[in-house]
Ligand binder design. Structure first.
Ligand code: CTP
Ligand code: MG
Length: 180
């Protein structure tokens, strides 16, 4: 029961988990805010780029389509009724995750935090909130089927643990500048 909830939550959130990591690998180039400042600090900062956002979103959508190709055997192997992704749901999860992260950078700059500064809590959940809000808005039927209350509880409990683990690993192997 708990095992199948965790499997469903992890599977359904994978298209939202991958974009930020893909953006770390792809980032660089022109910042979204074009270097502009607002109230004495950058609007978003150099850590939010067009390339990172586009590549991150595309990576999340591509992953969802890949998962769709293996959803039947994966579900059978795990004995869990895993969801296939509607295209709109996939786009919402991936782009919503990127937007949540961008929104968090906006809040970090407003609170005087430089690029790369940690904001515990926000760093771990910004992309979850963005992805869930976007998927419930853009694909409400799909979202209410998949993200039942127990699945949502597992998502909110599990994501910070996964986020901290992957970021510490990315820092350890040298692909990320800070371990958060
Ligand atoms: N990145 C990007 N575009 C995005 C998100 C991330 O290019 N929309 C890349 C940037 O190279 C960024 C790296 O991924 O430096 C790490 O992402 P993140 O930790 O979110 O950014 P920070 O550099 O820490 O900046 P901030 O303080 O604004 O979060
Ligand atoms: Mg950061």
């Amino acid at each position: 029961m708990v095992g199948s909830l965790i499997a469903t939550a992890f599977w359904a959130m994978l298209p939202a988990y991958v974009p930020n990591n893909a953006a770390v690998l792809a980032g660089g180039g022109r910042p979204i805010d074009g270097g502009r400042e607002w109230r004495g600090a950058r609007v978003l900062g150099d850590g939010k780029t067009w390339r990172g956002t586009v590549v991150g979103t595309a990576a999340g959508v591509a992953l969802a389509l890949g998962l769709n190709a293996i959803v039947a055997p994966a579900g059978t192997a795990l004995d869990v009724d895993l969801p296939a992704f509607d295209l709109l749901a996939a786009v919402a999860l991936a782009f919503g995750a990127m937007c949540g992260d961008i929104g968090a950078s906006f809040l970090k700059r407003r609170s005087g935090r430089e690029r790369g500064a940690a904001f515990p809590g926000l760093d771990q959940l910004d992309f979850v909130v963005g992805a869930l809000v976007a998927v419930f808005l853009l694909a409400p039927g799909w979202a209410t089927d998949v993200f039942t209350l127990p699945v949502l509880v597992v998502v909110v409990a599990m994501t910070p643990v996964l986020h901290v683990t992957t970021n510490v690993a990315a820092y350890a192997i040298g692909v990320k500048n800070e371990p958060w």
